[in-house]
Design a protein around this ligand. Structure first.
Ligand SMILES: [Fe+2]
Length: 268
């Protein structure tokens, strides 16, 4: 077989390393994993009712620990969503189930997620949320955004999320969108065979995204009528002993086993 034939065969060869033949495969190394959940509208309505009837009347501001610039309307607010009500407890369980699924399916990690705080963001025209990440109390942690209400101006922005942002000519392409940012690559680097390190998420009612707590993100302002309502939680992550020992050297394992070093673990 000539070198030309071998090169041609690569185009059709199944990606496999079986046998003593020349084979190839594309090896992809992932940068980040995010879970997207579509929450049924019936449950979204129940969450919105609870917010309208309990969270908003309670009016307990959560803004003192948040960077959101949510102040353009008299109804602009960032409010505590307590887990200690009957509805709150059920909701907490639901979120923890989603968070734990993300850990187990997305990271093959036998760990569990425990949501420890939750708040709502009630944004109106001109409100925005600058670049930030979230804090947790364990080595790993998760955060999430659940989209509960989306103004018409954002909903009717019929853009193609699979293409790169088209921001020239002042299109308003990303108005009201959440931007996830895990690196500094821009269009120039894409031409250099580097990969995207930013992603815009279009708010859609019922869309829930869960991601590692360190993932930087920001929310662009929008300029139409109505409320953009979201809910966020932070989760601590508790690893099994097996997961805790997974990346340790023999010496570290000994230190851990003798109890000289305290690391979070559970027996689940
Ligand atoms: Fe955030």
């Amino acid at each position: 077989m000539s070198l030309k034939d071998i090169a041609e065969s690569l185009k059709t060869e199944k990606q496999s390393f079986v046998g003593d033949t020349l084979n190839m495969r594309i090896h992809t190394i992932p940068a980040i994993k995010i879970i997207q959940v579509k929450v049924p509208i019936g449950y979204i309505d129940a969450i919105n009712d609870h917010i309208d009837n309990v969270v908003i009347p309670n009016d307990k501001s959560f803004a003192d620990g948040l960077v959101g610039q949510i102040n353009q309307d008299k109804k602009s607010a960032q409010l505590d969503f307590p887990f200690d009500t009957e509805f709150g407890k059920e909701f907490q369980k639901f979120m923890e189930m989603c968070g734990t699924t993300y850990l187990q399916k997305g990271h093959d990690r036998q760990s569990k997620a425990e949501a420890f705080q939750c708040w709502t963001v009630h944004s109106y025209a001109g409100d925005y949320n600058p670049f930030h990440s979230h804090g947790v109390h364990t080595r790993a942690g998760l955060s999430c955004i659940l989209y509960l209400k989306v103004p018409k101006s954002i909903e009717e922005n019929n853009i193609d999320e699979t293409v790169l942002p088209k921001l020239t000519n002042a299109t308003g392409w990303c108005d009201g969108y959440t931007q996830l940012i895990w690196g500094q690559n821009t269009r120039k680097e894409l031409y250099e065979l580097k990969h995207q390190e930013q992603e815009y998420i279009k708010p859609v009612v019922g869309k829930l995204i869960i991601f590692p707590h360190w993932l930087n993100h920001q929310v662009m302002p929008f300029f139409g009528e109505g409320e953009r309502r979201t809910l966020s939680c932070n989760f601590n992550v508790y690893d099994t002993k097996k997961e805790t020992l997974k990346y340790m050297s023999d010496r570290e394992k000994k230190v851990y086993e003798t109890g000289e070093e305290s690391l979070d673990a559970y027996d689940g």
